[in-house]
Design a protein around this ligand. Structure first.
Ligand SMILES: NC(=O)c1ccc[n+]([C@@H]2O[C@H](COP(=O)([O-])OP(=O)(O)OC[C@H]3O[C@@H](n4cnc5c(N)ncnc54)[C@H](O)[C@@H]3O)[C@@H](O)[C@H]2O)c1
Length: 366
């Protein structure tokens, strides 16, 4: 089968490609965005064909789609904070880039029989919670007033403390950044058009993906990569709030497997799935784990300040996809070790302070 991977020079796309080329002919469309790639990455797979071009360019996209029977749509600009001041760019690449792809699938002849789109847990906003009084609740973001008082945990409307529980796919999506909204647009557009025109489509809501090849010089995305870049330069990882906010960290190899699984399993058609580990891990402990594994006596700096729009806890309920047969296989410990080994071969350009300064200038960090 001939398969198109958009954004395939990036972190996740490149791992999908390495698995696909074993059985398929793969064509990649990527504009080699300079924020992600300082130069052409050395991991590009020689069995795949790379076309340098933009997903917003109808002509080039139409050409690369020729003869393709499946599409993995990974191309996107990726950065929650940055999206709040580069609003046009994020909507343009992510939302309109996806509409360009769908426009072609609807209006031109093609052979596409499967579309898998990279969606994101960021579209949930806060995760799901349980209250001793009210049962399962889906709270909105914490107010700025609450955050200023450094009351980090969520409180139910009834006044009781809330406890985080796994988030299921049917939780309402309170997208709380332009990036999150653009990812919500991408999955909804793909599923809606796919259903209408009978193009089997699967949206995979990735949680926090980590692993080799994540850009160590892009300060806008990937907390594990950002901390690693800080530590490799002997700088202190900066942690907002009290550091006990949690996320779900999933290894990139498991994400790539979920993509291949979706391609081969018709039960995933026209559906959306969480792809995470199902385990909550605190942000502070990511910094501590990486420092310990690198053998550095550097402790994360817990700032007790906050970024506007940050969620407190969100981790995945993965039963929808595991009940079909996919499951995560790489433990956090093994995955982090592999990340450290890979990072030893990389030069990390730590641009965290520049990115933070931009957020401060826009009033996005308190
Ligand atoms: N990394 C995560 O934790 C995570 C979590 C949830 C969802 N996702 C989604 O997964 C996908 C892949 O993310 P990633 O972490 O590999 O990011 P990445 O930045 O490493 O890869 C994205 C790739 O898209 C390319 N690209 C950007 N704009 C483009 C354009 N206009 N035309 C063509 N190519 C373009 C970039 O050059 C890059 O190679 C994205 O859609 C992202 O939103 C990632």
């Amino acid at each position: 089968m001939k398969i198109l991977v958009t954004g395939g020079a990036g972190f996740i796309g490149s791992h999908i490609i390495d698995k696909l080329v074993e059985k398929h002919e793969v064509i990649v469309l990527d504009n080699f965005d300079l924020q992600v790639h300082k130069a052409k990455p050395n991991y590009l797979n020689e069995k795949a064909t790379y076309i340098e071009g933009d997903v917003r360019d109808r002509h080039v996209l139409s050409n690369v789609l020729e003869g393709c029977e499946a599409v993995f749509h990974e191309a996107a600009v990726v950065g929650v904070g940055q999206s709040m001041y580069q609003i046009h760019k994020y909507m343009d690449v992510n939302t309109l880039g996806t509409s360009q792809l769908l426009n072609i699938l609807v209006n031109e002849e093609h052979d596409v029989k499967k579309l898998v789109v990279a969606a994101s847990m960021s579209s949930y906003g806060e995760g799901a919670y349980k209250c001793g009084n009210c049962g399962i609740v889906f709270p909105f973001l914490r107010t700025e007033e609450q955050m200023k008082q450094k009351k980090w945990e969520l409180i139910c409307k009834c006044g009781k403390p809330l406890h985080s529980i796994p988030t299921k796919e049917n939780k309402y999506q309170f997208a709380n950044s332009v990036y999150a909204l653009s990812k919500k647009n991408q999955e909804e557009l793909c599923l809606m058009v796919g259903r209408t025109y009978g193009i089997p489509t699967t949206a995979l809501r990735y949680f926090n993906v980590y692993g080799p090849r994540q850009s160590l010089s892009n300060p806008y995305t990937g907390i594990a990569a950002i901390f690693l870049s800080r530590l490799k330069n002997n700088n202190i990882p900066v942690v907002y709030e009290d550091g006990l906010q949690t996320r779900d960290f999933i290894n990139v190899s498991d994400i790539a497997d979920a993509n291949i699984f979706s391609l081969n399993n018709p039960n995933t058609d026209y559906r959306v799935f969480n792809v995470g580990s199902g385990l909550p891990i605190s942000i502070k402990s990511i910094g501590e784990t990486l420092a310990a594994m690198l053998g550095k006596k550097i402790h994360p700096q817990v700032t007790e300040t906050f970024r506007k729009g940050d969620v407190r806890h969100c981790y995945a309920d993965i039963t929808a996809l595991t009940s079909l047969g996919w499951k995560p296989t790489i433990s956090f410990e093994t995955g982090m070790r592999e990340l450290i080994t890979w990072s030893g071969t990389q030069v990390a350009d730590d641009k965290f302070e520049q990115a933070t300064q931009e957020l401060k200038e826009k009033g996005l960090v308190e």
